[in-house]
Design a protein around this ligand. Structure first.
Ligand code: COA
Length: 144
């Protein structure tokens, strides 16, 4: 299993995972646009030549916002989400970025526990932030 930069060539595999997991998935165009921006970092986990998970963030000065994290459903619960989050935090720290924000659905207990295990704490709620279904966002921050 390797963690590497996500490439445009990964978009087929990434979009398949994205569309299978999210009720409101990113579009392929949106994913391409963010992936190729200079102020983002997208990483992919590859296993036997196949992408099975990814994470992306937007960087603003010495802070970052995690935009998405996903692991193919048949490879969840093997620590790959943890590998992605900790790997991203390590690479950001190398760039002197130690404050990282994110939003997560209130009911997404698995993701919330994943972020808590990696040092994120809750610092607010954004009411009705998500659609399909409408749900509050929990705001979490990591201060490495
Ligand atoms: C959230 C998500 C990325 C987590 O990925 P993951 O690879 O399953 O994450 P991990 O394996 O690191 O952790 C998940 C659970 O597996 C457990 N686990 C990890 N390795 C394990 C092992 N070897 N044996 C048993 N359990 C294990 C973890 O303890 C954790 O348990 P918990 O849910 O009780 O806290 C994944 O569930 C996902 O893609 N969800 C859909 C998309 C999503 O919601 N993304 C986040 C919002 S943007």
């Amino acid at each position: 299993m390797i963690l590497r930069e996500m490439l445009v060539d990964d978009l087929d595999a990434v979009m398949e995972i994205e569309e299978s997991l999210f009720s409101v998935p990113w579009t392929r165009e949106g994913m391409f646009t963010f992936l190729t921006r200079d102020d983002t970092m997208f990483l992919a986990v590859e296993e036997n030549g196949t992408v099975i998970g990814y994470i992306g963030c937007l960087m603003v000065l010495d802070e970052a916002d995690i935009l998405n994290v996903a692991v193919r459903s048949d490879r969840q619960k093997y620590g790959i989400g943890g590998f992605l989050v900790s790997g991203l935090l390590r690479l950001l720290a190398e760039m002197e970025i130690r404050t990282v924000h994110l939003e997560v659905r209130t009911g997404n207990e698995t993701a919330r526990r994943l972020y808590e295990r990696n040092g994120f704490t809750v610092d607010g709620i954004r009411k009705n932030y998500y659609t399909d279904p409408t749900e509050d966002a929990v705001l979490m921050t990591y201060n490495g």
